[in-house]
Design a protein. Structure first.
Length: 308
């Protein structure tokens, strides 16, 4: 659905985006991660055919950004970080205005507007003035606007930027709903928890260069240096620690208040022997889990903190 090949944008001698290569297939939710000034917005504007590249190629839904701009615009929904709204319009009037611009006519127009309002949970604000909406509601209204023509691809530039925690949770839930509808979504953010549980692919961009690109699970494996397990055997944790410390594959065992922290240096080690060993020696397992690497860990491990 989206493919870029050496996509580049220069301003003089400065590279805002430098030889970007990425691929999104149908149904992918791609988290585009990077600090402010890394090149995320520039990339999205080129994909939306609002900014011409210096060189390189990109296709969206099979159309080139050079020769198929009009076709691309019919098939995508682009939501910038900040966008203007018509303050003197009611919410329903605002949506109907844009639906008319998409040439949606008659009774179908009103039905589609009502449907997208329900999707973004703004039906109760349909007759309110746009100027009365909070920042979070305005973001949801902006998302409703780009959904009016049922686009195949969504380009969402930091949709949760500037929102309070509750509004960010609501936006995240809405993105999950769009994912379940089969939309292909490129969503950028520098707030990593927003993307941790909704994306199947991520790209980490820094100073215009794509440092990492791939499936979330593969990226996590790339930065994993060791395995950390949390284990509890109830009131026998000290005995279990002594047993585990004798095993060759285990590098360290630490006794906490209510559990053990077991570290294995080789991330490829099969640690399934541990519960078997404990059970065979008469221990009862109350807790056994692996600490997961977060997107924050991956981001810090794979970037240098550079911005443009």
């Amino acid at each position: 659905m989206i493919e870029t090949r050496d996509l580049t944008k220069m301003y003089g001698d400065f590279y805002a985006v430098n030889r970007l290569n990425m691929t999104l297939n149908k149904g992918d939710v791609y988290g585009f991660i990077g600090p402010n000034g890394a090149g995320k917005t520039t990339t999205m504007r080129m994909l939306a055919t609002l900014l011409n590249p210096s060189y390189g190629e990109a296709t969206v839904c099979g159309y080139s950004i050079y020769t198929g701009a009009q076709d691309i615009r019919r098939l995508i929904g682009y939501m910038p970080d900040f966008f203007g709204v018509y303050d003197d319009m009611k919410v329903i009037e605002y949506l109907e205005f844009f639906a008319a611009a998409y040439r949606i006519k008659g009774p179908q127009r009103r039905k589609i507007c009502e449907d997208v309002l329900e999707l973004v949970d703004l039906t109760y604000k349909r007759d309110a003035l746009v100027t009365s909406l909070s920042r979070g509601m305005t973001q949801r209204l902006g998302l409703a606007r780009v959904l009016l023509h049922d686009p195949q691809v969504l380009l969402l530039d930091e949709p949760a930027s500037g929102l309070d925690p509750r509004a960010r949770i609501e936006i995240r839930g809405l993105l999950k709903e769009l994912r379940s509808m089969g939309k292909t979504i490129l969503v950028s953010s520098h707030i990593l928890p927003e993307l941790a549980d909704i994306c199947n692919k991520i790209g980490i961009i820094e100073r215009g260069e794509l440092m990492v690109d791939g499936l979330v699970a593969d990226v996590m494996k790339q930065v994993r240096e060791n395995v950390v397990l949390q284990i509890s055997t109830g009131d026998r944790d000290n005995e279990a620690a002594e047993l585990l410390a004798k095993q060759d594959n285990i590098s360290n065992v630490e006794v906490k208040v209510d559990h053990l922290v077991v570290r294995i240096d080789d991330p490829e080690t099969d640690y399934s022997f541990i519960p078997t060993l404990l059970l065979e020696n008469g221990f009862r397992l109350r807790l056994f889990r692996e600490e997961e690497i977060s997107l924050e860990d991956a981001f810090m491990a794979l970037t240098k903190g550079l911005t443009s």
